[in-house]
Write a protein that binds this ligand. Structure first.
Ligand code: ADP
Ligand code: MG
Length: 286
């Protein structure tokens, strides 16, 4: 089953065409990245899915239903935006209670699950980015959604808060929640997504498994504890030295496992292809 399906969605603001025919699918059960540079059309696309912006043409389906015709589908879909779109003078508790009044759900349980007890009296405007994100996710989960669509949720988070967000996403995904998460930085999402949709200048340029987006002939950089031995293990393959690093063009997992089997420790393994894939599909490199 397809959790999200967009077909040829177009949207202009005045004479400027922000979405030039956006089409993609998000598979149920996936954590899909929605990646493209600033101005590519991510937020507009997400607002279309949220019913906040009506497209000029095209087809939008969330869980097989049209959000403009069948608003009930929103009982099963939650949106998380970068900033809390809510009166800033409301407290955390008021916000959660209002959301529960609209969508149902157990506020007490949410407070416990997201460790919000000591924060309930804080005004939304006073929350750190990490805490605001946690509160939004708690609110998003009140209705037990099957699908969560998040627009740059990690944008203002420091690394620990980002890790916490990703751990929660992974845990929810294991319980069956499908995610679409946008970002203008692919490497930021690398640890959490299994599929990716690239958008550039109002058009989708790639969709598929993350691994497919990466160039097969990618170069990987390895820092090892024994260069000579590593060279002999990898002999016969495309290998060269670059400073302290070995540069190889082979499958990273396979290279590391054959080195480690031979007793060579791999201290650092780095591939540049995430950034290369990003450039390739977003025209930033040209
Ligand atoms: N309400 C609007 N009025 C005019 N132009 C807009 C509006 N919303 C977005 N745009 C333009 O549409 C393009 C896509 O914007 P957006 O969807 O916010 O991109 P992203 O989220 O990928 O950065 C940008 O050029 C932006 O300036
Ligand atoms: Mg945006």
């Amino acid at each position: 089953m397809t959790a999200i399906s967009l077909k040829d969605v177009r949207k202009s603001f005045g004479r400027y065409q922000a979405l030039k025919g956006v089409s993609f699918n998000v598979q149920e059960g996936s954590v899909t990245g929605f990646v493209g540079p600033n101005g590519a059309g991510k937020t507009t696309t997400i607002k279309v899915m949220a019913g906040l912006v009506r497209p000029d043409s095209g087809e939008v389906r969330l869980l097989g239903r049209d959000p403009f015709e069948d608003v009930e589908v929103m009982n099963e879909v939650s949106f998380v935006f970068t900033r809390l779109m809510y009166p800033p003078t409301d407290t955390v508790l008021e916000y959660l209670e209002d959301q529960a009044a609209v969508f149902g759900g157990d506020v007490k349980k949410a407070i416990e699950e997201f460790d919000l007890k000591v924060h309930l009296k804080k005004k939304l405007s006073e929350l750190s980015s990490g805490l605001a994100q946690r509160v939004q996710l708690a609110a998003a989960l009140l209705k037990s959604p099957k699908l969560i669509i998040a627009d740059e949720p990690a944008a203002n988070l420091d690394p620990p808060a980002r890790n916490e967000l990703y751990e929660r996403i992974k845990e929810l995904n294991r319980k069956g929640v499908t995610f679409l998460i946008s970002s203008h930085v692919l490497s930021e999402l690398e640890r959490v997504i299994d599929r990716v949709v690239f958008i550039s200048d109002g058009r989708v340029t790639f969709e598929g498994p993350l691994g497919e987006a990466l160039d097969r002939g990618e170069e990987i950089y390895l820092l090892v504890d024994n260069v000579e031995k590593a060279l002999s293990v990898l002999s016969g393959r495309d290998v060269r030295k670059d400073g302290a690093y070995l540069v190889v063009r082979v499958d990273m997992a396979e290279a590391i496992s054959s080195l480690e089997k031979a007793g060579v420790r791999v201290l650092i393994a780095r591939r540049s292809s995430l950034d290369e894939a990003f450039k390739k599909y977003t025209n930033l490199g040209g």
